[in-house]
Design a binder for this molecule. Structure first.
Ligand code: T1G
Length: 684
């Protein structure tokens, strides 16, 4: 039964049971609607407790219904029906009361919650705004400022904070139902709190809204919904309750069909599908209960921290004690940073560090289930490590390389038990970045591959299977983006114009400022290896900058000059000169560039490379490429990732754009896969 009723003395308990998250499907809405009607006519019912089965209170409207015609009862009507019911309703919250779920709770006379529960209005994360009164009732309960933060930020708040804000009335200890009934027994139903719709809301001065809007524009970089949500809250302070509800509903309906909402829903569902790919259905992962990490540098320490966050004991191996001390110090610094940011307590940090044993002898790994190598990015160095591991580890231990650019097949070549090897490409900082590229070799056992995905799940990461090529999925597309950025420079744009255009597109930073932050030498090292393999490389300006020691912020000069003590880059004559030399060398026609032309010249060829990656089977599905670029490289989520963005643009438009760039010598023409308007992956 999706919505059921039990009686507890004078109280009716309405239970919702709609796995997995009690989303407000039509059946749930209808069930609740019928309950309100029935219970309003039950003379011996004093009040109603609304509770949910399973892991959470109602987690929102049923997102799977979004693309379909609305079905009655509409959520705003149900919310209004509960709020004006003759019997007072009490929301009993566990898990997360989110979106429409929290809007239902806001319509109740009281809200109580377990301490572990959270409440929120995350609709902006889906490119929409609350559509059932959230932006109108929240400011009346919590005040305008807290409502702006809750709704435009889209982040839930825990029960204690929600109580402080006036969003819930009590935090329940122990059993939620018992606690809610005890709360109900303590209520004086003759003195009910005012309905949200009858509560006053502060009028704010114009300065408040101007400041809030400016801060939001800076933070959301092109995302529409947060700004529209702010407008709804402003309307709630300036219009009548009914008019404000109507404005909110109109805004919700307008955004629900928007391109950004479609993109964000695409990402929402892809992120949830990624950790359990259908091709591994029925495959039992090799068990991983302990991890060895070879190397305590930035990557090694980050990977060790990620393993500890997943609750796995770690043995960190370094070549000698000084290096090991440095590695353990790197690890401590990660957890100390997390404590200073309030992410974990000092005790938790201590427990995490206690779970790491430092060793300089690989024999310590004799019984470890998984070993991840994170040593210098050199084939001979890595091969030496795995040769030793093959001697010390159990034959069934999973041995993984964290290589970014080397061929895992070559790293493991000739070693015994080829079926146990895997590439696990973490992104720095490994304890923070959610992307994990999982790279099987031809011999990798499915149970070993499944162990990689299980590890990603335990780390709460987004795993994507990648085939073996130079740069796998993400770095291969990054190389194209960087080459295109230089092509645009040689045709008359400046680094600042390119970076500004990509920021306007929604990237957290442009390609040149990102290189200055990470260091130009890393990519130069990879270009050297590519040239030694005979691969084509296009970086005429970057090569000149690296040759002259301009490696980025760490040398106070890269694509920009960095005055002493500043991390804000300034245009550099040296870079202008380097560009001029490259222009002379390549004799490229100069042109005026608009922001949109620049982003097309960078993003369209990246999409083209993604289509080739799909055609070659390096990625199994276009959505995997979207997740890689979003979670590894900051591609704006509200574009849905490069491949979703291309489909939203229209593949014919993308092909035409690429062919026009190719005509001008500014990019390769559209590949056959793209020209065939197909972004489907290869069958496994
Ligand atoms: N609708 C449909 N399915 C949903 C869903 C939803 N709202 N939320 C989750 N699922 C599915 C999800 O796809 C997955 O399915 C399974 O539930 C477990 O999810 C009018 C219009 C609640 C914190 O944005 O944040 O209300 O892969 O893996 O990690 O104003 O799910 O198992 O088949 O994420 O424990 C507002 C979105 C909607 C909440 C649980 N609500 N969900 O996290 O499990 S818009 C949201 C979440 C709205 C109103 C508007 C999380 C979670 P499958 P999961 P989890």
């Amino acid at each position: 039964m999706t919505v059921s009723l039990t009686r507890h003395g004078a109280f009716a308990v309405v239970s919702v049971d709609n796995p997995p998250v009690n989303a407000l499907s039509q059946a749930v809405r209808q069930g609740l609607w019928d309950m309100v009607d029935a219970l309003d006519h039950e003379a011996d019912v004093t009040a109603v407790v609304l509770i949910c089965a399973g892991r959470t209170f109602i987690a929102g409207a049923d997102i799977t219904e979004f693309g379909k015609p609305s079905m009655e009862p509409l959520l705003p009507d149900l919310v209004q029906r509960i709020e004006t019911a003759r019997k007072p309703w009490i929301a009993a919250i566990h898990g997360s009361a989110l979106g429409g779920g929290f809007e239902i709770a806001l319509a109740c006379r009281y809200r109580v919650a377990l301490a572990s529960a959270s409440v929120g209005l995350p609709e902006v994360n889906l490119g929409i705004v609350p559509g059932a009164g959230g932006t109108v009732r929240t400011p009346r309960l919590a005040g305008v400022g807290p409502a702006v933060e809750l709704v435009t930020g889209g982040k839930p708040v825990r029960a204690a904070k929600a109580k402080e804000m006036g969003l819930i009335d009590a935090v329940i200890e122990g059993d939620l139902l018992e606690g809610s009934l005890a709360f109900a027994r303590g209520c004086d139903f003759e003195q009910l709190p005012a309905l949200a719709q009858d509560r006053a809301v502060d009028a704010m001065d114009p300065e408040f809204w101007a400041t809030a809007e400016a801060a939001l524009i800076k933070r959301v970089r092109g995302e529409v919904a947060p700004l529209r949500a702010l407008a709804c809250i402003k309307a709630a302070t300036e219009r009548s309750f009914t008019e404000a509800l109507a404005f909110e509903r109109e805004t919700f309906l307008d955004l629900r069909g928007s391109r950004q909402a479609a993109a964000l829903r695409h990402v929402f569902f892809c992120e949830r599908a990624a950790p359990r790919p259908s091709e591994l259905n029925g495959v039992t992962p090799r068990s991983v209960r302990s991890v060895g990490v070879i190397g305590g540098g930035t990557m090694g320490a980050g990977i060790a921290a990620a393993c500890r966050d997943a609750g796995l004991p770690v043995i960190m191996i370094e070549q000698d004690q000084p290096a090991l001390d440095r590695g353990l110090a790197n690890l401590s610094r990660i957890f100390e940073g997390a404590v200073s940011r309030g992410r974990i307590s000092a005790q938790q940090a201590e427990d995490k560090i206690k779970g790491v044993a430092g060793q300089t002898d690989m024999s310590a790994l004799a019984d470890t289930d998984l070993v991840i190598e994170a040593v210098f990015e050199d084939l001979s160095v890595k091969r030496a490590v795995f040769t030793q591991l093959a001697d010390h580890c159990r034959p069934d231990a999973v041995l993984a390389t964290n290589t970014s650019y080397l061929d895992p097949q070559m790293i493991f070549e000739g070693l015994p038990h080829q079926e146990r090897f895997l590439g696990l490409h973490f992104f720095s900082p490994a304890q923070v970045m959610k992307l994990l590229e999982i790279v099987p070799t031809k011999q990798t056992d499915p149970a070993v591959l499944a162990a990689g995905f299980a590890l990603a799940r335990s780390m709460n990461k987004i795993p994507v299977r990648a085939g073996i090529c130079d740069g796998f999925i993400g770095n291969r597309m990054l190389k194209v983006l960087r080459a295109q950025a230089e092509r645009v420079l040689l045709s008359g744009a400046t680094p600042a114009m390119v970076d500004a255009a990509m920021r306007e597109f929604g990237q957290p930073m442009g390609p040149f400022e990102a290189q200055d932050l990470g260091g130009l030498d890393i990519a130069a090292f990879q270009r050297k290896a590519a040239r030694e393999r005979g691969d084509p490389v296009f970086a005429p300006v970057a090569d000149r900058l690296v040759a002259s020691g301009r490696l980025g912020q760490k040398t106070k000069a890269g694509w920009y000059d960095y005055p002493e003590g500043s991390r804000q880059g300034q245009a550099s004559d040296a870079v202008t000169d380097a560009i001029a030399l490259a222009v002379a060398e390549h004799a490229v026609p100069q042109r005026a560039w608009t922001s949109r032309q620049i982003t097309d010249a960078l993003v369209l060829p990246m999409v083209n490379e993604g289509a080739k990656i799909l055609a070659e089977g390096i990625a199994l599905r276009a959505s995997d490429i979207d997740l890689v670029k979003i979670h590894g490289y900051g591609f704006p989520r509200w574009h849905g990732g490069p491949m979703h963005w291309a489909q939203a643009e229209g593949l014919a438009v993308v092909v035409a754009g690429l062919d026009a760039l190719a005509q001008a010598g500014l990019a390769e023409p559209a590949c056959d896969h793209l020209r065939g308007h197909s972004l489907s992956g290869q069958a496994l």
